[in-house]
Design a protein around this ligand. Structure first.
Ligand code: MG
Ligand code: MG
Length: 265
């Protein structure tokens, strides 16, 4: 069942998303070779709590151990921060959620470190572009399949694999609500998009096979062929006036020292 949000609720979610965006920005300052992923987690948690929020992921389902999901290279999503030190050529997906005034926000960004191969930079650029194309289709009167199809058709044209097992989702009083937002689907199919819907669109796109496996820790999802995977996520609100992107990557782009965009060309 989809919980439609009032304008007031959307405003609170935007406040939550601002804290989230700035927490991402604090993480961005630290992403570089030699940094332990646990250090990124610490900074995000402190920032969120200092600004009156609670990290949405910590203790999620009674077991997720951290405030960030940190997914390096062949890890698709749900990796744990820990003692791993980032290296030149790595890519690192940082996913974060904030709970504030009763509402969640959720967004993700994949960073390439300097030295990442051109084919991997292209994967990141195209995954980002697929997110934008999905957002463009997320409007009142369209169906979810229009969003899904826009993402899938774009990235599959490059031969990439679209992860099937994990999808985007509604967000509100719960981190994960209806509707599901698959990254694959058919135009004109799926739930109708109507004002009041708030959901996260989050393409998870693999350089190789679409197939993934879960590690024994019960959380970490990696590609079956161990080739790299990219993940970007924004939340949108469908309104009568149009679609609003609620989350922001602005602080990441401002604070990350490696200006990687268009480096693949
Ligand atoms: Mg999400
Ligand atoms: Mg997320």
């Amino acid at each position: 069942m989809v919980h439609l949000k009032t304008g007031e609720e959307v405003e609170i979610i935007k406040e939550s998303a601002q804290i989230l965006g700035k927490a991402h920005g604090e993480v961005a300052r630290l992403v570089k070779p030699g940094v332990k992923t646990s250090a990124l987690d610490k900074v995000a948690e402190e920032f969120i709590r200092d600004h009156g929020g609670v990290p949405s992921f910590k203790n999620y389902n009674g077991s997720f151990p951290a405030s960030l999901c940190i997914s390096v290279n062949e890890v698709v999503v749900h990796g744990f921060p820990g003692n791993y030190e980032l290296r030149e050529g790595d890519i690192i997906a940082v996913d974060c959620g904030v709970y504030y005034k009763g509402y969640h926000s959720d967004s993700a960004y994949t960073y390439p470190l300097e030295g990442a191969k051109p084919e991997i930079l292209l994967l990141l650029e195209r995954t980002y572009e697929s997110l934008l194309r999905g957002i463009e289709q997320a409007k009142a009167g369209n169906r979810m399949g229009d969003v899904s199809h826009a993402i899938q058709s774009y990235v599959e044209s490059f031969g990439y694999g679209v992860v099937r097992e994990l999808v985007g989702h509604g967000v509100g009083k719960n981190l994960h609500e209806d509707p599901e937002v698959p990254n694959y689907g058919k135009r004109g199919k799926g739930v109708k998009l109507i004002p009041g819907m708030v959901f996260a669109i989050e393409p998870m796109i693999n350089l190789g096979t679409k197939n993934v496996v879960q590690e024994r820790d019960g959380w970490t999802i990696r590609t079956a062929d161990r080739r790299p995977s990219a993940h970007f996520e924004h939340m949108v609100a469908i309104t009568k006036e149009g679609t609003e992107v609620l989350t922001t990557h602005k602080y990441i782009e401002e604070n990350y020292s490696y200006k990687w965009r268009n480096k693949s060309r």
